[in-house]
Design a protein around this ligand. Structure first.
Ligand SMILES: [Zn+2]
Ligand SMILES: [Zn+2]
Length: 133
């Protein structure tokens, strides 16, 4: 399924292509600092931008960039650069129906003060990185 999305101020507008229904939560220190909380993201095949003049990319590591609106500060996506793989922050999508939490990663970096309920996969950072092969 394709879904439209935008930032809070509406300056960045996009269509997310082939949105996965599986939401993954990342508790890593960088995602929590960037988001103000755990990152909730879905894999998409690509993004088509209708408006991107305010879109900026921040290289958060040697292998990934984080996209955000420089006008309102909305966190939009995580992009693995080689090969390109977009993970869109769930909250940036206009319609979030049908998207279900299906896994958590970097649970070893999660602060103790919150928990997500549900019976889904939970991986430490080490387990997650090993799963990428
Ligand atoms: Zn904006
Ligand atoms: Zn993370």
């Amino acid at each position: 399924m394709n879904r439209s999305g935008s930032c809070l101020c509406g300056a960045v507008k996009f269509t997310a292509i082939d949105v996965s229904s599986e939401v993954h939560a990342c508790h890593c220190t960088m995602c929590r600092r960037w988001s103000g909380g755990p990152g909730l993201a879905v894999n998409v095949a690509g993004l088509e931008f209708q408006q991107d003049e305010q879109l900026r990319l921040f290289a958060s590591s040697d292998w990934a960039q984080r996209g955000f609106c420089q006008q309102c500060g909305t966190n939009l996506f995580y992009l693995l650069t080689e090969p390109p793989q977009y993970m869109v922050w769930m909250g940036a999508l206009d319609d979030q129906s049908g998207l279900t939490l299906s896994g958590e990663i970097f649970v070893d970096e999660k602060p103790p003060g919150y928990e997500f309920a549900g019976d889904h996969q939970r991986m430490t950072g080490e387990e997650f990185l090993a799963s990428l092969g």
